[in-house]
Design a protein around this ligand. Sequence first.
Ligand SMILES: Cc1ncc(COP(=O)(O)O)c(C=O)c1O
Length: 411
Amino acid sequence: MTKVLPFFDLSRQHRELKPEIEAAVRAVLDSGRFILGPAVTELEKQVAAVVHKKEAVGVSSGTDALLLALMSLGVGPGDAVLTTPFSFFATAGVIARLGAVPLLADIDPLSFNLDPSGAEKAIRAYLDRDPGLYPLPSGNWFPDADRRTPTAERLKAILPVHLYGQSADLPAFQRLAKEYNLPIIEDAAQAIGAGSPDPEVGAYGDHLVCYSFYPTKNLGGVGDAGMIVTDNPESADKLRKLRVHGASGRYIHDLVGGNFRLDTLQAAVLLVKLPYLERWTGCRRENAEAYDRLLTATGLPARGLVIPPPAFSGRTSGDYDGHIYNQYVVRVRDRQGLQAFLKDRGVGTEVYYPVPFHLQPCFAYLGYHPGDFPQAEQAAREVLALPIFPELTREELEYVVEKIAEFYRSS
Ligand SMILES: Cc1ncc(COP(=O)(O)O)c(C=O)c1O
């Protein structure tokens, strides 16, 4: 029997919440307060409480959360920000959009996250680099920006990503940040609630943590939305200003910002969904455990199928758990074959992400080459995300595993 099992099916969640969502949307329509209405402030308050932070600033998307965070640190042309080569494009795109350079280091092959020891080597190499011209985006938006000499002051931040919903090695990055006097911006677009409650809350108080509420995230809106959280009230004030064209009062602009406001309608829908987040993440974890167990029982790991290692195994530091499984990602040598096989049998899968940043056409000017980040390149060739959404039934999940086993039997 061939089923149709989409990779992600939001309609199931919306069927359950339809009356609540419709009522929330109607309330906003009736209020007429579409721009930064009360639902935005309420959502900021509630998300801050859920992730144990003092301040939250709702913005227009996860991409804009990252962009604003960088802007608030004054990142600009000729600067550099250290990040991973293996993430959604936005992570590096926002750095380049400000005229800065994404400084890359390889990933840890188990967690897929930026490897702190590689990151430190990249920082040292950057600081030791001969003074000279430093690349800017071709056709860059800053034609007058001189290609300034990189110095310690030009390295502006560390931007680790919590890929697939698993926290990067924050204790290690915290040590690096201290040693090199760098702020940390966390790309937690895929990771709301990961590693939470954070055992070192406070230690990370100055971090700017960026979330996306893109519909496929664990907490997803009905359109684009995002948020930045921090324990630093001054950072939050600056972010709030930047969100409204840098305005401190009506038509008085202290800074050049932009229109990065979170839509009241999105906030209202997200407020309906937030109380379900823990339950949904629990369902994702149960699905992940079931995949772990069933895939292990097939014996396929011995034939080269790599299931996600237990959260944080193989890590050098940090002991907190809390993968939220925004994605359940296996590694497979014949990915194309398996993906096509599953598609023919009605199972949707996705590849996050097939091309690492250093091999993207738009980043050719950075001067990286194939082979520079072998772990990221291998991951890009092998990763395959299986359906993991909370409403996935056990029967459907078993069907996915059965078809994967069938693929290996037939190949
Ligand atoms: C790791 C990562 N960073 C940034 C983003 C950007 O978020 P958004 O799509 O809300 O702009 C996403 C979301 O797709 C993401 O997965």
